[in-house]
Design a protein around this ligand. Structure first.
Ligand code: SF4
Length: 264
């Protein structure tokens, strides 16, 4: 990619982070050095870049990690009822509705985002705002509907100001998602955005979403495709194409036909 393209992508990404309420981003010296190389003006004060790993990204959750079995008598309704009463983290304080998830049992695909936003909090349904409308379009482009997949988030309550949930908030909420996964038994998981990916997979150090996107990982033995969050695609329409490539990989793995992407 040309330097202008890289800078445009970085600029769009930072704008998106700002919109999401984040005020700091971590940039490794390797990335800074790479950008410097591309511009032909590396600062000599920068630390020596470490050698890049040669192997492809390796999921920290190995394929032998057993799936958490569903407890006898458990149900999605029971999980949703517990979530509705949950006060285990401070996110319960400002919520209007809990957002447990939506879709069918035993789906081919389980889409997982990070947490509800304002529209989702108001309606109690995941991915119904602008990002959700884009996700719905992509699901339909794959030949599915919202009723033939399942859509959920790591956290079931909206973080104030649409900030990302903290690691502690994710840790305390993720058992609900694990129970849902045990009951749903999806064939595949699509993790949407960095927060969701980091909540599900313990990535090796230095492996961010831009490096693992499009590579198969695993969660409790279930194939997991990491890709960008629809909110990021809204800020950076150039990313729709790589995300569509990821979703085509999902369809290939499911043995489904690959439709052509319609122009939005
Ligand atoms: S985000 Fe999860 S853990 Fe926190 S209060 Fe809501 S349901 Fe409970």
């Amino acid at each position: 990619m040309e330097l202008d393209g890289i800078l445009n992508d970085v600029s769009a990404y930072l704008e998106w982070e700002l919109d999401e309420g984040r005020r700091t981003v971590s940039v490794s010296p390797d990335v800074v050095a790479e950008l410097g190389d591309a511009a032909g003006k590396v600062e000599t004060e920068m630390p020596e870049p470490k050698p890049k790993p040669q192997a492809p990204p390796t999921p920290a959750v190995s394929s032998s990690t057993p799936r958490t079995p569903a407890k006898p008598g458990d149900s999605l309704e029971a999980v949703a009822a517990e979530i509705a009463e949950c006060t285990a983290c401070e996110l319960h304080e400002a919520r209007t509705n809990t957002v447990p998830g939506q879709g069918c049992m035993h789906p081919d695909i389980l889409f997982i985002g990070e947490a509800p936003g304002a529209d989702e909090d108001a309606q109690g349904i995941p991915f119904v705002g602008r990002s959700g409308q884009l996700l719905t379009k992509m699901i339909e482009a794959m030949g599915y509907s919202r009723d033939t997949v399942f859509i959920a988030n790591i956290n079931k309550c909206r973080p104030p100001g649409n900030r990302a949930p903290s690691p502690a908030e994710m840790q305390v909420c993720i058992p609900y998602l694990k129970r849902q996964i045990s009951l749903l038994e999806p064939k595949l998981i699509v993790a949407l955005g960095a927060t969701a990916i980091n909540g599900l997979v313990d990535l090796p150090k230095g492996m961010g979403i831009t490096k693992v996107r499009g590579s198969w990982l695993e969660f409790e033995g279930i194939p997991l495709m990491p890709t960008f969050h629809p909110a990021y695609m809204l800020r950076n329409p150039n990313m729709k194409r790589p995300v569509w490539e990821d979703l085509k990989n999902v369809l290939r793995r499911l043995g489904k036909p690959i439709p052509e992407m319609k122009k939005a």
